[in-house]
Design a protein around this ligand. Structure first.
Ligand code: P6P
Length: 338
């Protein structure tokens, strides 16, 4: 009987990915090296986020820290860490970050075959009130060895080879898919390792939670208005759904993935393309939802079939349990036919 305190079959994220990659004899470990650098970034951000409150207490935040350097905002700091880790991995060529207006093109001596799109600290406006925030990332491969351009990342989400997020909350959890299902890893701070705690996550086929910012209701279009109405006043005698909205995408999507239901950030009159960004919010979460048996819809098409024209382009998004998204697809289709 193994002592509960020390399990000996520790499946760390690195071992897990090595096992996955060993299925591809031609793989040279590049993806494993890329991922280990993303994991390093997540560990750094986790530690910095957990100290954020304290940093304010001991005066590290604000204008200068104890070294008298300009104390960077956490999202800028996180971005610097991810950019440096990804460039120095020697496995990337193009990087797109929510924090940087322009894409980063890696110098030729350090180029690799992957392109990474990411939001280093999504929901960072929530840090000061202790709400969970997260890093979101998606990975494309480079199909050529010419000079990299933004064309290497302005691709449909259905060409992504991997996607994931790391949620900095009561625990630090990294949820990842490399195209063979979705797996959750929890950081064990005593080991400094992400341990496989949620193998092969599948989203319930139908849920009883809807997640949307009701404050935008006056600007919604017909199908979204009808759908939310149905959640609150079901016609078929079923119980009304519960509303859960954190306002931090990683937290709302993580709950949806584990408990089921639907997350909506619809278009509205003020923002015809909604608010969430295609490359590093919509695509990675849509990739994960499909891999977990759910789906993701833009109001017009399957989210992963979108072809972005600009690296910070936005799109409306409806994602979550398969049956719940089917319902809103039917309402948009009905409007299309009118
Ligand atoms: P709203 C956070 O600012 C964010 O980018 C996502 O993490 C979150 O889902 C969304 O915006 C919340 O937007 O308009 O409801 O505050």
């Amino acid at each position: 009987h193994e002592a509960d305190a020390y399990r000996t079959d520790l499946m760390t994220i690195t071992r897990f990915v090595l096992n996955e990659q060993s299925k591809y004899p031609e793989s040279r470990g590049d993806f494993t090296i890329l991922l280990s650098n993303i994991v390093l970034g997540c560990k750094f951000v986790c530690s910095a986020v957990n100290k954020a409150g304290l940093a304010k207490l001991i005066g590290l935040a604000g204008d200068t820290n104890i070294q008298g350097e300009e104390q960077k905002k956490l999202d800028v700091l996180s971005n610097d860490v991810f950019i440096k880790a990804l460039v120095s991995s020697g496995r990337t060529s193009v990087l797109v970050s929510e924090e940087d207006e322009e894409a980063t093109f890696v110098e030729s001596s350090k180029r690799g075959k992957y392109c990474v799109v990411f939001d280093p600290l999504d929901g960072s406006s929530n840090i000061d009130c202790g709400v969970s925030i997260g890093t979101i990332f998606g990975i494309y491969t480079m199909e050529h060895s010419d000079e990299p351009t933004t064309k290497d990342v302005l691709k449909p989400g259905n060409e992504m080879v991997a996607a994931g997020y790391c949620m900095y909350g009561s625990s630090c959890m990294l949820v990842l898919s490399t195209g063979t299902g979705v797996h959750g890893f929890t950081l064990d701070p005593s080991l400094g390792e992400f341990i496989l705690t949620h193998p092969d996550i599948k989203i319930p086929k139908k849920g009883n939670i809807y997640s949307v910012n009701e404050g935008n209701a006056q600007n919604w279009d017909g199908p979204t208005t009808k759908y939310v109405e149905r959640c609150k006043y079901p016609k078929d005698g079923s119980p009304a759904k519960s509303l859960r909205y954190v306002g931090s995408m990683v937290a709302d999507v993580h709950r949806t993935l584990l408990y089921g239901g639907i997350f909506l950030y619809p278009a509205d009159k003020k923002s015809p393309n909604g608010k969430l960004r295609v490359l590093y919010e919509v695509f990675p979460m849509a990739f994960l939802m499909e891999q977990a048996g759910g789906q993701a819809f833009t109001g017009k098409k399957r989210a992963l079939d979108l072809v972005p024209k600009k690296i910070h382009e936005r799109s409306p998004i409806f994602l979550g349990s398969y049956d719940d998204v089917e319902e809103i697809k039917a309402l948009y289709a009905a409007e299309e036919n009118n």
